[in-house]
Design a protein around this ligand. Structure first.
Ligand code: ADP
Ligand code: MG
Ligand code: MG
Length: 897
C-alpha cells in the first residue's frame, strides 16, 4: 500500500484515506492556493499500526522520501543547524474528534537548530519562543506530561520577572525557560527531550496514532456512532510563522457569517502570534477590516482565496490562515458549522446565486435544525437570569410559569388562566391532565425516554427531565435546590433545548416559523420583527415546499381529538395515521366503563355499551369532519381495561376500612363489587397481558361498539354530504386468526349500518404490526388486513424484550456509556433488528396483497433518521405527533433527493 500522499496528490474526496484536514489541504493545493508544502500519512497506515503495534517498515521509508521531497521543494533541511526546516504534525480523522491528540508545532528544533532559526529569522526571541513551545507541546501531547507543570513554570518566570504578558519575556528569559522545560521532561518522562528531528517526528506520528485509542476518543466515538476501526491520518506541514513580528500574524475567517448567513467578511486576526493563540483568547483579536488596513495586499489575496473556496465547495467555508512577513499561507479549510437559521438562509442564498439546486438546498438542512427553529426561545440578551440547576433537555422550548407539584393544582390554576409548570419527581399516566394544562414539565428523575419526556415531546410541550439537584417535596409543596427553597406558585423558567432551569421570569421570543406554519407566509412576513426573520421565514417556506414536491412518503398525524386533527391539518398532515380511542373512555365516561366491567349479565353490559355508543359516535363525527376526505385510521381500544379502574391497593384499603366501620350504602356496595373486578383483572405483566385485540375478542361487545360508532359516524357525515374516510385498525394482533375474528364481526356490523342508514360504506380494516410474530407471518396477516401500520414502539419493546418505562434513565445511560446501544431504540429505529422485521413484513405483505397500504405510527414516524429508513423500505406514509409534521415533511423530502 501507499502510505504517504503529498498534498499535490490528494483531493477533497479522499476523506476516508486522508482524513478531513488532509483531504482539504490537498484540495487547496490543487486549486493553487498558497498552502505550505507537506504530506499526509494515510488512515491505512494507522490501521496497520494498530494491527501490528508498530509503524510499518515501508512507512518509515515513505516518510523519508516525503521529507526529502519537502526539503528539496523548500530548500531547507530538517534539523539543519544553520537554516532548519520545521514542520507541524497534525492529526486529522475523517470526522473531527475532540479527545485525540491535536497538533505539535515547530518539530525539527533542537539545541543546535534553534541557533540557526535565530540567525535566519534575525530574531532571537522568536527562536527561543518557538523552541520552548515545541518542548511544551511535545511534552504534553507526545510524552503525556501534565501540562500544568509547563504553564506553571511559565507563570513562575513571569512573576519572577515582574511582567504580566508572555510577550514581555525577553530572548534570555525564554532561553532560560527552555532549560526549565527540558528539566521537566527529564524528571517526568525519565528521558532527555529528543534532539534528533526524525525521532521527534516519528514519536509525534506514533502519538497521533495512539491517541486514536484513548478512552476519551473511544467514548466520543461510541456516543457519535463513529466506527472504531477507521483510524486517523497524520498531516506533516512545513511551518510558516505568524510570530515573526508585526508584519506577521495568524487568523481564522468564514466565507459568510455563520450565524446569519450573510455574505461579507467575518474573521479574527492576531498580529505576531502563532497557531492557537487566536482561539485561546490570549490577547484581543483584530477584525479582518483591521487587517485590510495593516496589510492590504495579503488581505486582498485572502478575499480572493475565500471566494475561490466558497465557489469550489459551493458552501460556507471556515479557514485558518497565517501571514508570515507579508506572505499569506492557507493552513486549513472545511465546510463550516452554522446555526439552524443560517443553514436555511445560506441554502436558499446559494440557490439564488445559482451555486446549488433546490434539491441540494434541501439536502443542506436537517429536521433537527427545523425543529430548533420551531420552539420559542429565551431571550439570551435578557439580564438578571438566575440559574437554579440543569437537567436533561427532553422537549425543546422555553416555558415560564408558576411551579406546581401535582396534576390537580396544575389543572385548577391553568383553568384560572395561570401559566404553570408541573414539577414532579417523575410523571405517570395520572399526571396527563396536569401535563396538558401546564406550559412546561420538569422532573428530577428519568431520562430522555421517560414518561414525562415522551409525552411532552408528543404534545410539543417544553420539558426538562432528570434534574437530580432538585429535591421535589410533594407533601410540603416545595422543591429544594441546595439551600434554596422554591414554593408552590413561585415563577420558574425552563429551557427544553439546554435543560436549564431558572428562578423567576425570563423573557421569551416566539418562533416566527410556527407563526408561518399556523397563519401562512403572508402573515408571518408581515409580522416578522426584522429583515433577517423575513429572510428566514421565506427560506423555510421555499425549502419545505420543495420537500413536499419531491417526497414520496406521505405524512400523517397521530391525533386523538378534533383539536389535534385541526392543528395537524394546518401543519400539513395528509391524514391521521393513528387515532387512539382510549381517551374517549376517560373523565365522565369512566363510570360507564366501570359498569361495563362489573356487569353481572348481558343486559347490564349492553346498557353500558348503549350509553357509550352516542358519545363515541359524536367523537368520530367531529374528527372525520375535520379531516374531510383524508384517511383517518382509528385504532380500536388498546390498553388493558384495568387501567380504567381504581388502583388495587387503594381500593382494598378503602373496602377494608368500610367493612371495619360497618359502613353500608350503594357506594360501599359499588366499591366492593369493583374490588372483585379489579382483583380478577389484575395482571402480573399487563404489557403482555389482556390488551389490544385480545380484549376485543374476550370482552363481548366492546369492539362491536367502537366499530358501530365509526360506521354510524361515517354514515351521518355521508348524509351531510361530507367525505368521511375512516379506517379501522386492530391493535396487537399476533395471528391472522385474531384478525379474521374481528373482521367477520366488523363486516357484519358495517353491512348492518349501511343497510340501516341507506348508504354505501367503504371502511378498510387493517392491522397494527407491533409483535414479532405479526411481522414474521405478514403474508398471512395480509390475507385479512387491507393495510399495515407498524407500531414500532411496541415492536421495539417486544423485539428487544425491553419494557420502555423501566429501561430508560439510568439503565439506558449505562448501556450507552458501555457502547451496547448508541441511541435509544425507542428514539431511532434499530435498523438491524426491529428494522429487519419491518422489511420482512413489507415484503411479505406486498407479495400477498400488492395494493396493501403501509405506514408507521410509532414515535419513530417523526424521527429524522428513522424516516430515511422508512423511505428506503418503501412505506407509503409515516405518522407522527402534530408538532413533528414539518420535520417529517422535510426529512421525507431529504430522503427522496
Ligand atoms: P486543530 O484541528 O485543533 O485546529 P490544527 O492542526 O489545525 O489543530 O493546528 C492548530 C493550530 O496550529 C492552528 O491554528 C493551525 O493553523 C496552526 N498550524 C498548524 N500547522 C501549522 C504550520 N505548519 N505552520 C503554522 N501554523 C500551523
Ligand atoms: Mg485547525
Ligand atoms: Mg402498541
Amino acid at each position: 500500500a501507499k502510505y504517504v500522499y503529498d498534498f499535490s496528490e490528494g483531493n477533497k474526496d479522499l476523506k476516508d484515506l486522508l482524513g478531513g484536514k488532509g483531504a482539504n489541504l490537498a484540495e487547496m493545493t490543487r486549486l493553487g492556493l498558497p498552502v505550505p508544502p507537506g504530506f499526509t500519512i494515510t488512515t491505512e497506515a494507522c490501521r496497520a499500526f494498530m494491527a501490528d503495534g508498530q509503524l510499518p517498515p515501508e512507512l518509515r521509508v515513505e516518510v523519508t522520501m516525503a521529507v526529502r521531497r519537502l526539503e528539496d521543494a523548500i530548500g531547507r533541511n530538517l534539523g539543519d543547524p544553520y537554516d532548519p526546516l520545521l514542520v507541524s504534525v497534525r492529526s486529522g480523522a475523517k470526522f473531527s474528534m475532540p479527545g485525540m491528540m491535536e497538533t505539535v508545532l515547530n518539530i525539527g528544533l533542537n539545541d543546535a537548530s534553534v541557533q540557526g532559526l535565530a540567525k535566519f529569522s534575525d530574531d532571537e526571541r522568536f527562536a527561543w519562543d518557538s523552541y520552548r513551545r515545541l518542548i511544551q507541546m511535545f511534552g504534553k501531547t507526545v510524552l503525556d506530561i501534565d501540562g500544568a507543570l509547563f504553564s506553571g513554570a511559565l507563570d513562575d518566570l513571569k512573576v519572577a520577572r515582574g511582567v504580566s504578558g508572555d510577550t514581555d519575556l525577553t530572548a534570555a528569559d525564554l532561553q532560560e525557560l527552555t532549560g526549565t522545560f527540558k528539566d521537566i521532561v527529564r524528571e517526568q518522562s525519565g528521558r532527555e527531550f529528543p534532539q534528533h528531528p526524525r525521532e521527534q517526528l516519528d514519536l509525534a506520528i506514533t502519538a497521533v496514532f495512539n491517541s486514536w485509542n484513548t478512552d476519551r476518543a473511544r467514548l466520543y466515538r461510541r456516543r457519535e456512532r463513529i466506527p472504531h476501526d477507521l483510524g486517523t491520518a497524520v498531516n506533516v506541514v512545513s511551518m510558516v510563522f505568524g510570530n515573526l513580528g508585526t508584519t506577521s500574524g495568524t487568523g481564522v475567517c468564514f466565507t459568510r457569517d455563520p450565524s446569519t448567513g450573510h455574505s461579507g467578511v467575518y474573521g479574527d486576526y492576531l498580529p505576531n502570534a502563532q497557531g492557537e493563540d487566536v482561539v485561546a483568547g490570549i490577547r484581543n483579536t483584530l477584525t479582518l477590516a483591521d487587517l485590510e488596513q495593516l496589510d492590504p495586499t495579503s488581505y486582498a489575496e485572502l478575499r480572493q482565496a475565500m471566494r475561490r473556496l466558497e465557489t469550489h465547495y459551493r458552501d460556507l467555508c471556515d479557514i485558518e490562515f497565517t501571514i508570515e512577513r507579508g506572505k499569506l499561507w492557507m493552513l486549513q479549510t472545511r465546510v463550516g458549522k452554522r446555526t439552524a437559521g443560517a443553514a436555511f438562509r445560506i441554502a436558499t442564498q446559494l440557490v439564488d446565486e445559482h451555486l446549488i439546486t433546490m434539491d441540494e438546498a434541501l439536502d443542506r438542512v436537517t429536521g433537527a435544525q427545523l425543529s430548533k427553529l420551531m420552539f420559542p426561545q429565551f431571550d439570551a440578551a435578557a439580564d438578571g437570569r438566575t440559574l437554579l440547576a440543569t437537567g436533561m433537555a427532553a422537549s425543546p422550548g422555553a416555558a415560564v410559569g408558576m411551579a406546581v407539584f401535582d396534576s390537580a393544582t396544575a389543572q385548577a390554576w391553568a383553568a384560572e388562566g395561570k401559566d404553570v409548570i408541573l414539577v414532579r419527581r417523575e410523571t405517570n399516566p395520572d399526571d396527563l391532565g396536569g401535563m396538558i394544562a401546564a406550559v412546561g414539565v420538569l422532573t428530577s428523575r428519568g431520562g430522555k425516554t421517560s414518561h414525562a419526556a415522551v409525552v411532552a415531546r408528543g404534545m410539543g410541550t417544553t420539558c426538562v427531565v432528570g434534574a437530580e439537584k432538585l429535591d421535589v417535596d410533594v407533601v410540603a409543596r416545595v422543591m429544594r435546590v441546595g439551600k434554596r427553597v422554591v414554593k408552590e406558585g413561585e415563577v420558574i423558567a425552563i429551557d427544553g433545548s439546554s435543560g436549564e432551569i431558572f428562578l423567576g421570569e425570563v423573557p421569551v421570543v416566539p418562533s416566527p416559523v410556527v407563526q408561518y406554519l399556523e397563519d401562512g407566509l403572508d402573515v408571518a412576513l408581515d409580522q416578522a420583527a426584522d429583515d433577517e426573520t423575513r429572510e428566514l421565514v421565506k427560506a423555510v417556506d421555499r425549502i419545505l415546499s420543495h420537500a413536499d414536491t419531491v417526497r414520496r412518503l406521505r405524512v400523517h398525524a397521530n391525533a386523538d381529538t378534533p383539536g389535534d386533527a385541526h392543528r395537524a391539518r394546518l401543519w400539513g398532515a395528509q391524514g391521521i395515521g393513528l387515532c387512539r380511542t382510549e381517551h374517549m373512555f376517560l373523565g365522565d365516561r369512566r363510570v360507564l366503563i366501570e359498569r361495563l366491567i362489573v356487569a353481572q349479565d348481558d343486559a347490564e353490559r349492553q346498557a353500558a355499551l348503549d350509553a357509550l355508543l352516542p358519545l363515541q359516535r359524536a367523537d368520530f363525527i367531529e374528527i372525520l369532519r375535520e379531516m374531510d376526505g383524508r384517511p383517518t385510521t382509528i385504532r380500536l381500544i388498546d390498553p388493558p381495561l384495568h387501567e380504567f379502574l381504581p388502583d388495587l391497593t387503594e381500593l382494598s384499603v378503602k373496602v377494608a376500612l368500610d367493612a371495619e366501620r360497618g359502613a353500608s350504602g350503594p357506594d360501599v356496595e359499588r366499591d366492593r363489587v369493583l374490588l372483585v373486578a379489579v382483583k380478577r383483572m389484575h395482571e402480573a405483566n399487563p404489557m403482555l397481558g389482556l390488551r389490544g385485540v385480545r380484549l376485543g375478542i374476550v370482552v363481548p361487545g366492546l369492539f362491536a361498539l367502537q366499530i358501530r360508532a365509526v360506521a354510524e359516524a361515517a354514515a351521518a357525515l355521508l348524509h351531510e354530504g361530507a367525505r368521511p374516510h375512516a379506517e379501522i385498525m386492530v391493535p396487537l394482533a399476533a395471528s391472522v386468526m385474531e384478525l379474521h375474528l374481528v373482521r367477520d364481526e366488523a363486516e357484519a356490523i358495517l353491512a348492518a349500518v349501511a343497510a340501516e342508514q341507506g348508504v354505501a360504506l367503504r371502511i378498510p380494516i387493517g392491522a397494527m404490526i407491533e409483535l414479532p410474530r405479526a411481522a414474521l407471518t405478514a403474508d398471512r396477516m395480509a390475507q385479512a388486513a387491507e393495510f399495515f401500520s407498524f407500531g414500532t414502539n411496541d415492536l421495539t419493546q417486544t423485539t428487544w424484550g425491553f419494557s420502555r418505562d423501566d429501561v430508560e434513565g439510568a439503565f439506558f445511560a449505562e448501556y450507552t456509556e458501555r457502547g451496547v446501544i448508541s441511541v435509544s431504540p425507542f428514539e431511532t429505529i434499530d435498523r438491524r433488528g426491529v428494522g429487519r422485521l419491518v422489511r420482512i413484513a413489507v415484503e411479505e405483505g406486498r407479495s400477498e396483497r400488492p395494493d396493501i397500504v403501509l405506514g408507521v405510527c410509532g414515535e419513530h414516524g417523526g424521527d429524522p433518521e428513522s424516516i430515511h429508513f422508512f423511505h428506503e423500505v418503501g412505506l407509503d406514509y409515516v405518522s407522527c405527533s402534530p408538532f413533528r409534521i414539518p420535520v417529517a415533511r422535510l426529512e421525507a423530502g431529504r430522503a427522496a433527493v
